[in-house]
Ligand binder design. Sequence first.
Ligand code: DX5
Ligand code: ZN
Length: 221
Amino acid sequence: MQPTVIAPSILSADFARLGEEVDNVLAAGAEWVHFDVMDNHYVPNLTIGPLVCEALRKHGVTAPIDVHLMVQPVDRIVPDFAKAGASVISFHPEASAHVHRTIQLIKSLGCQAGLVLNPATPVDVLDYVLEDLDLVLLMSVNPGFGGQSFIPSALDKLKRVRGMIDRSGKSIRLEIDGGVKPDNIGEIAAAGADTFVAGSAIFGQRDYADVIDRMKGAVAA
Ligand code: DX5
Ligand code: ZN
């Protein structure tokens, strides 16, 4: 199990003040910045691209930027994110014609590679690539929007993937994304997650430090 990481999803931030919002969540105790990229093709929403990632780096953000690609195709945008300062790049296997190739591409550009499983994606997609990954991201909502409710079957899936990671003996992070709140993060952690994305639960509160503290307290309990 890796040390706990809280990764606020900037999808729920005030985009007109994005640099300040990111500074504030990091000062409030978040370790990573979760960066949701949507293309109105693979998912029914449109967000931000490499220019915004680069702008955050120029603004002075040094924390890891955790890029969650919800785009199809994947490969041609990966080098742009690597250049823009992404730390981790995760993608959905359904959006790549050659999953193994995309993982190698991400790593060849000096980034960490993650694979994202939608709520209905079986865990056996990990069978031949798990050991090449730095991170597995389980979706606990259908991708496309913030503020949805946690899908409970994600808990059983977390336990299964936790077992696969432990058996591999590799230091692979297990990240969860969607509907994570202070009142359910304890059972999500107990099911095996070590990296927690939260958008609306953090940016929907006035006091970011208070909500991040409550989340970390529940994970440690
Ligand atoms: C959904 C995104 C999530 C989203 C999470 O497609 O991948 O990162 O921002 O938002 P909350 O935490 O509000 O469910
Ligand atoms: Zn995400």
